[in-house]
Design a protein around this ligand. Structure first.
Ligand code: B12
Ligand code: SF4
Length: 584
């Protein structure tokens, strides 16, 4: 008799994250491709099916999630456990790694087994042992080595096919890891992850082909940094172009990469032809010492303004990551960031405050210097990410800048950010760069990742999403200045479209992000922001210095070979701060 595993995806839906679209739970379909013979899989996603009580029997129920999903996973577990008490319950995913780093793995003790890191090898081995009854010999925690993603199989598309149209576009994992050093980032500290591990472009094309045959054209290329290995990136882009020419398929791609792309005209040109449309890029800060502090070396080495404009000029849209609260930040941080947005025509992005993610060098530095907030509230913040209901913004770091200044500054920042004049200036600049630089390459396909037809369909057939769409429309119609700016933006798009096809997506994306931010932040007040800073008479002799800042041999064992290099960069910036404060 066949054995069965059901993957239960039960994320905590942050209203302001997905804005009414569900994305394919990739972990489940990735792992389902690696089941041993004699096993069949099912997926239950509480995002698209609310009736968890209808979940059928299985030998094993597998859960996964991010830190913010702790509560919803517990709730889903309780429902399924009550229905199927004799089944085996297991969990894995990014949350498990983070909790382990933080010494809080016991929060998942109610699971029979906890899988740390990649499951492609550990899960099938475990299931084989379940089949012959010997799995009880396994310890509670099952730790994996980094799976060589070059050996990845295509996802189990047969399992996904019946529900694939319920999701916004496709998710294709292409690469894991990143060669850079950013102090706050936990991508680079995962074992073996401080370099790119890449999937075979042939497998990527195979997955694209499956989605395309189901009529899906908007694709997320899931990775940490698409150009972490530039040679592989070129091969991958070539393989996509070859596949498109061979099959006549048409896709638009969203992915994650780094700012150094701007130097590579040939690659950018090819990426336009392949259908690349939107990039998530960590700009992080307009303050060069803050970039040095966080060892974002690829950003310190370039003229950021020119880099952003160049990438825009090809027709790409950038979702910039901006972070406030670096030690090197000055009181000019909010004004300078607002100016940078306008100067470079950035139309997207949602700035956030620096957060110490467990396991990162930043977390360790904050912990050692007594600036990590470790209260029960901290736990709540870890669970919910940055967003809560009453406490909308809450972090786990004591900043050097005054918390009151940061909170007031952020409220004022948001007010300007959302104002119609400011928004229109950004959009106008964005379009002007495209029109004037002479680099623009029309998208080969009419869509673009943010093409709205699929989005609107997802909104129209779901009451909750429809309410969100109406709220969005109301946000525009209820404010004459907003309505007028949107109208001007639409007219500008129309005018420029006469010369450059494919600009609608830029307008759509601008209006989408503006209204998202507006709906979330229009009523943002000082009291929604719970930040802490060091005492006014903070003794800078407690501030962590260069030698103390080196990572331990343990982190090297984890494959993070460049920790000392990162510490050198970070400390160069920190020493500037110490000099300013006349200490040590
Ligand atoms: C794509 C992506 C997104 C997409 C969402 C995708 C989706 N389907 O919902 C978007 C852009 C919306 C997004 C948003 C956010 N994301 Co995100 N995102 C990713 C990214 C790049 C890929 C995730 C993925 O699908 N990977 C591919 C799958 C196959 O990998 P996986 O899920 O890790 O699964 C593997 C293993 O973990 C393991 N495994 C997983 N589950 C299980 C279960 C069992 C039983 C077993 C045995 C094994 C196992 O096996 C799998 C195969 O190896 C990751 C970084 C990364 N490279 O993984 C970040 C990441 C998951 N995101 C992260 C964060 C913080 C967020 C945000 C909270 C950011 C924010 N502050 O706004 C939001 C919240 C999203 C939300 N929905 O509310 C963090 C999570 C950190 C954490 N510990 O919680 C990550 C890890 C990035 C990072 N290092 O900081 N994200
Ligand atoms: S560039 Fe920095 S933040 Fe981005 S994935 Fe690489 S190490 Fe992390």
């Amino acid at each position: 008799m066949a054995h069965k595993i059901t993957f239960v995806h039960s994320p905590h839906i942050l209203y302001d994250q997905n804005y009414g679209v569900a994305l394919v739970p990739l972990w489940a379909y990735t792992l389902a491709a690696h089941l041993p013979d004699g096993w069949q899989a099912d997926v239950f996603n509480t995002q698209i099916d609310k009736n968890l009580a209808s979940v059928g029997a299985a030998d094993v129920f597998a859960f996964s999630g991010l830190n913010k999903d702790l509560d919803t996973i517990r709730a889903a577990y309780s429902v399924v456990k009550k229905l199927h008490p004799d089944a085996i319950f297991i969990i894995g995913g990014p949350m498990v790694w983070s909790l382990k780093q933080e010494g809080k793995i016991s929060l998942l003790d109610y699971f029979d087994h906890i899988f740390i890191l990649d499951g492609e090898k550990t899960l099938p081995e475990f299931l084989s042992r379940v089949a012959d009854g010997s799995h009880k010999e396994y310890s509670k925690e099952i730790q994996a080595d980094r799976f060589p993603i070059s050996e990845a199989k295509p996802i189990d598309f047969d399992l996904l096919r019946p529900t694939v149209k319920k999701y916004y576009g496709a998710m294709v994992e292409v690469s894991r890891g990143c060669p850079f050093l950013c102090e706050f980032c936990d991508v680079r500290v995962l074992p073996g992850n401080n370099r790119s591990n890449n999937k075979d472009p042939a497998v990527i094309v195979q997955e694209l082909d499956q989605y395309a045959k189901s009529g899906i054209t908007q694709v997320q290329f899931v990775c940490d940094n698409f150009i972490g290995d530039i040679k592989w990136a070129r091969n991958c882009v070539d393989a996509i172009i070859e596949w498109k020419e061979r099959t006549g398929s048409s896709i638009s791609i969203f992915t994650w990469l780094t700012i150094n792309l701007y130097k590579n005209d040939e690659l950018m040109t090819k990426m336009r032809h392949a259908g690349f449309s939107i990039f998530n890029i960590g700009v992080e800060s307009v303050n060069s010492n803050s970039l040095l502090e966080t060892a974002k070396v690829q950003n310190t080495a370039v003229k950021m303004e020119e880099a952003v404009k160049t990438i825009h000029s090809y027709g790409f849209l950038i979702i910039p990551g901006f972070i406030f609260g670096f030690d090197s930040d000055t009181e000019a941080v909010f004004d300078d960031t607002l100016q940078f947005y306008v100067d470079t025509g950035l139309v997207g992005g949602e700035p956030a405050f620096l957060y110490g993610l467990a396991g990162t060098p930043l977390f360790k530095r904050m912990e050692r210097s007594g600036r990590l907030i470790k209260t029960s509230e901290d736990e709540a913040a870890v669970r919910k990410g940055n967003v809560g209901v009453e406490r909308r913004i809450e972090t786990n770091i004591k900043y050097l800048l005054d918390s009151d200044f940061l909170a007031h500054g952020f409220v004022a920042f948001m007010k300007t950010y959302l104002s119609a004049n400011y928004q229109f200036s950004r959009f106008e600049k964005h379009m002007r760069i495209i029109a004037e630089y002479g680099n623009f390459i029309e998208p080969p396909d009419s869509g673009g990742y943010a093409s709205i037809s699929d989005y609107l369909k997802k909104q129209a057939f779901n009451a909750e999403n429809l309410r969100m769409l109406l709220a969005r429309i109301w946000y525009i119609l209820s404010k004459p200045t907003v309505f007028w700016a949107i109208l001007k933006g639409r007219m500008l798009t129309y005018r420029l479209s006469q010369k450059h096809a494919g600009l609608d997506v830029h307008f759509n994306y601008w209006a989408y992000v503006w209204t998202n931010m507006g709906m979330k932040n229009t009523d943002l007040k000082r009291e929604h922001i719970h930040l802490q800073s060091v005492d006014k008479d903070y003794d800078f002799s407690d501030y962590v210095l260069a030698d103390e800042n080196k990572m331990t041999a343990d982190s090297k064992l984890h494959g993070d070979e460049k920790t000392e290099q990162q510490a050198r960069y970070t400390n160069k910036a920190l020493e500037t701060i110490l000099q300013q404060h006349g200490s040590k």
